[in-house]
Design a protein around this ligand. Sequence first.
Ligand code: ASP
Length: 343
Amino acid sequence: MLMKQIAALALFCSVLFTTQTFAESKTKPRVLTPVIVIHGGAGTILKKNMTPEQDAAYRDALTLALKTGHDILKKGGSSVDAVEAAIRTMEDSPLFNAGKGSVFTHEGRNELDASIMDGKNQTSGAVAGVTIVKNPISAARAVMEHSPHVLLIGKGAELFATRMGLEIVDPSYFWTERRWKELQKELLEENKDPHAELISGKPEKFGTVGAVALDRAGNLAAGTSTGGTSNKYFGRVGDSPIIGAGTYADKSCAISATGHGEDFIRFVVAHDIAALVEYKGLSIDRAANIVIHEKLKSAGGDGGVIALDSAGNFSMTFNTEGMYRGYYREGGSPRVMIYGDEK
Ligand code: ASP
């Protein structure tokens, strides 16, 4: 009898001990290493199709974005600040399908989408179909911080951005020869059928930009910006400004996506990854891989994600030939990659 009582007491103490240890480790201040992870679009990106100059230009632009975000994190800045600043540099580059380098719609316009989310409190902001806002990611942030709404579109979003004092440009600012030629080629191909854009297949390449970051305070943020898909139908909005599809951040992870937006919306890709982490306890890499390589791929969806967890683990996974991508952890150095076989 006495032995039984002693055993019961020992069991009680061990449970208590485990519980206390758990509680203690929860209250212990975590030592966090800030990190930023970026992408510049996924798609048919093959080494044989790139000149050494193009390859170098992309690597320089990705490195600039990483350094810009990293500098902010290093000084103790917030993950939201780092994400916005990194994305702005890629929006200002003609290389990426966002901001300056945006693709054209079927009618020859540039209609830009962006979103941002603060994982600390799950506040978010987004804009869609804007044509005169130089940096749509900053407009998305303004919606998040200075409006009671999450998503503003078209003229309303432009009016709001103007009132917020953001930089406004003439729509011709977004004209680039490369993207114009891309559209002309696509128009020529579908010329046989004047309504082909209504039933057109998937675009071959993407170029959306995105960033996820973890700051010293342990807060995560995610942002995505895009010109959408080349030759897109009027009024078309992809996944990038849709919270949960192209962008998502909460206390446990931050995700930004790139790929065929319609599939990313249908599969609610960014939130699906977060849900696998939260409800199933999967690692961020496993969760991202299941969604991109199994769920999305089995339905024919192309693209990739960058996904970061609250401990600083991250995944850069894609089911296309390549994805412009990179990361910069404090104390390390910036690392950028383009092709599928780069580790
Ligand atoms: N996801 C973007 C869209 O569908 C395109 C891309 O990632 O390049 O609008």
